[in-house]
Design a protein around this ligand. Structure first.
Ligand SMILES: [Zn+2]
Length: 391
């Protein structure tokens, strides 16, 4: 543990002095290995990179694609509502391809899809007997992709929807959920843990405690902040993150629920309040001060109905908005970056490009110079470009 503490303190001092603009190293390098082939060049490169989150954060930002459930729902492999990834059994090849798509787009991390594969959620859908094999399936797929692509292999635990600070039985159940999921992930050999989308500080502390107790790898803990800019107990995210840092979290911050616009003010407060690395993973939706979370958004086009979860399309952030988020967050010294529910690979590519990176998917980043009407290339016919104003 002493060596680990040393690494952590080095990472902290670096984060305090984080530069305001992307470093030369960030601008100039290709961070992500090419679209992976089993046993190919990508596997060789993976061996050359440290599987140490804190070492990577020390040298550069780390991009972590999240929000797998929403993307799988859009692709037609997951049911919105319960949001349990039964796709792990029904179509494991789809999960694997999704991981690969996010790596291709610039994710430095392959996070096991164990979000909502905990005892409580499986109980809700009547599949508690599948708890162990479903966790192992998620971990196995993610590990395979991570090792082939040189990305970090992250374990994932999340909101249990059981936690009640006044109910000792509920707290024991939360502890059990975290202990068993951490245990399976440790057996799978995760490089670090993410505890995410947790709205109670008390629950987040239990998640962190389980990671500390049953594993020796770093812990990223990110809170999810609903409409009120407070945890469910009523603490500011900055206060809650200070508590998480004091309890030993390596990276603290927020994920999900809020879009870039309404997450950024909270991230600024967190960055100023803690010494450790900070994480920011918004949803890619245009949340507003009046409707600051994606669950609060209402669509004026549809009688002012709540848009969550399957009517959010008109609120989707553009690539440019995610690019701007990445630039601003990095300039603030926020090093652990990603996009949560609603993110597609195009958002992750925009985030990577905001850091000056050129992931394999950037081979196909928009270039309008050869467009039929708006192109500037001399091979485009004048009869077409003359029509621009009428297009
Ligand atoms: Zn999310």
């Amino acid at each position: 543990m002493a060596a680990r503490a040393k690494v952590r303190s080095r990472a902290r001092s670096k984060s305090q002095g984080a530069s305001r603009t992307p470093s030369r190293a960030v601008r100039g390098t290709r961070r992500v290995s090419a679209a992976p082939r089993a046993g190919g060049a990508a596997a060789g490169r993976s061996n050359g990179r440290a599987r140490d989150l804190l070492a990577r954060l020390k040298e550069d930002a780390v991009i972590c694609a999240e929000g797998y459930l929403f993307e799988l729902e859009r692709r037609g492999y997951l049911q919105a509502g319960a949001f349990v990834p039964e796709v792990l059994f029904d179509h494991p090849e789809v999960v694997e391809q999704l991981h690969l798509d996010f790596v291709h787009a610039g994710s430095d991390v392959t996070q096991a899809l164990t979000y909502y594969v905990h005892r409580e959620k499986l109980r809700v859908i009547g599949r508690e007997k599948d708890l162990v094999p479903m966790n192992r399936a998620a971990l196995g797929i993610a590990k395979r992709v991570a090792r082939r692509t040189g990305t970090l292999f992250a374990g994932d635990i999340c909101n249990t929807n059981v936690y009640d600070p006044a109910d000792k039985g509920a707290i024991r159940e939360v502890e059990r959920i975290y202990a068993e999921q951490v245990g399976w992930a440790v057996e799978a050999g995760v490089d670090y843990f993410v505890a995410e989308t947790i709205s109670w500080l008390g629950e987040a502390l239990l998640a962190l405690e389980a990671i500390r107790k049953y594993s020796k790898v770093p812990a990223v803990v990110t809170l999810a902040i609903h409409r009120e800019p407070l945890t469910r107990e009523g603490l500011t995210p900055a206060e809650a993150c200070q508590r998480l840092e004091a309890a030993g979290a390596d990276v603290v911050g927020i994920n999900c629920h809020r879009g870039p616009r309404t997450m950024m003010p909270l991230l600024k407060e967190i960055r100023a309040a803690v010494k450790c690395h900070v994480a920011g993973l918004p949803v890619p939706y245009r949340t507003t001060p009046e409707q600051p979370s994606f669950m609060a958004l209402t669509d004026p086009c549809c009688g002012g109905q709540r848009a969550f979860p399957v009517g959010l399309d008109p609120f989707m952030c553009t690539r440019q908005e995610i690019f701007a988020f990445g630039r601003e967050a990095y300039a603030l010294g926020i090093r652990y970056l990603g996009v949560c529910c609603g993110a597609g690979p195009h958002h992750i590519r925009a985030l990577a490009e905001s850091l000056g990176r050129h992931p394999p998917a950037s081979r196909y980043t928009v270039d309008m110079s050869r467009h039929t009407i708006f192109g500037t290339d001399k091979r485009i016919r004048k009869i077409m470009t003359d029509y621009q104003a009428k297009a």
